[in-house]
Design a protein around this ligand. Structure first.
Ligand code: MLT
Length: 254
């Protein structure tokens, strides 16, 4: 058993949602209303309601998700990854290509960390060891949603805050190391033969629109959707627009 908490809801072709860092399946609450699909939404090890487990790399998360799908008898699905979830989605396409019917890449990038970004992650691991994960929530929240949305303090802010608060120190440290050591996925994206939807918040500072433009120019069959009034978690901030783009994408490939 993979021992991951998972939401498995709805009927239709499977759509696997993979959350970002340091978040949980809760960030996809606004997507669960998309009809006529089977939503599979795991909490990655050490996040949300999933216990942490031995994770050394992004490929390890991908293997866990692939095993979870095998357990549920799913042999093919569309994968939607937000940020770190996108890195994992690329790894699934690299290592388990037969599973992937289409890719939805939300506020993510295909390239690996710069040496500086790797160093920052390793410094953050040291800080988590000495002070816990609270500083990450404080530093990341203002980048996840726009200032306007944060000021309204509605369900969107609550979703992001509570998913961040459910992250364990062990899960956070494993994810930081996994992201720091991740491979370049440019060739995975270039050689992927299925359809790709790229979504980005216009105000995303972590994975800005330039990343999304580059990904959609590399992929063979890509549609780019830019979401205004949205920062890094465009699916949480503007579910109306993101869900409509996902619906169009699914309808076009079914
Ligand atoms: C995420 O949202 O998953 C992270 O911000 C990604 C990253 O730090 O590269």
């Amino acid at each position: 058993m993979t021992n991951m908490h998972v939401i498995d809801r709805g009927e239709g072709n499977p759509l696997v949602w993979i959350h970002g860092f340091p978040l949980s399946s809760l960030i996809f609450e606004p997507q669960l209303g998309i009809a006529n699909v089977r939503h599979i939404v795991p909490d990655l090890p050490g996040f949300g309601d999933s216990p942490s487990s031995a994770i050394g790399s992004i490929d390890d998360y991908a293997s866990k998700v692939a095993a979870l799908l095998r357990e549920r008898g799913i042999s093919r699905a569309v994968f939607a990854g937000v940020s770190m979830g996108g890195y994992i989605t690329f790894s699934i396409a690299r290592n388990h290509p037969g599973l992937v019917a289409g890719l939805i890449l939300i506020d993510t990038r295909e390239v690996p960390d710069t040496p500086e970004a790797k160093q920052n992650r390793r410094n953050a691991i040291g800080r988590v060891e000495s002070e816990g994960t609270g500083f990450l929530v404080d530093e990341m929240l203002p980048k996840m949603l726009t200032a306007t949305t944060l000021a309204t303090a509605d369900r969107r802010t609550e979703i992001v805050q509570s998913s961040m608060q459910s992250a364990s120190s062990a899960g956070v440290k494993a994810a930081l190391e996994a992201m720091a050591s991740r491979r370049d996925s440019t060739e995975v994206l270039r050689s992927f033969e299925g359809p790709v939807l790229v979504v980005v918040g216009e105000d995303d500072e972590i994975t800005p629109p330039a990343d999304a433009e580059r990904m959609s120019s590399i992929a063979r069959d890509a549609t780019l959707v830019r979401i205004d009034d949205a920062a890094h978690l465009s699916n949480v901030e503007r579910p109306d627009k993101v869900n409509a783009a996902v619906r169009r994408f699914l309808d076009a490939i079914s």
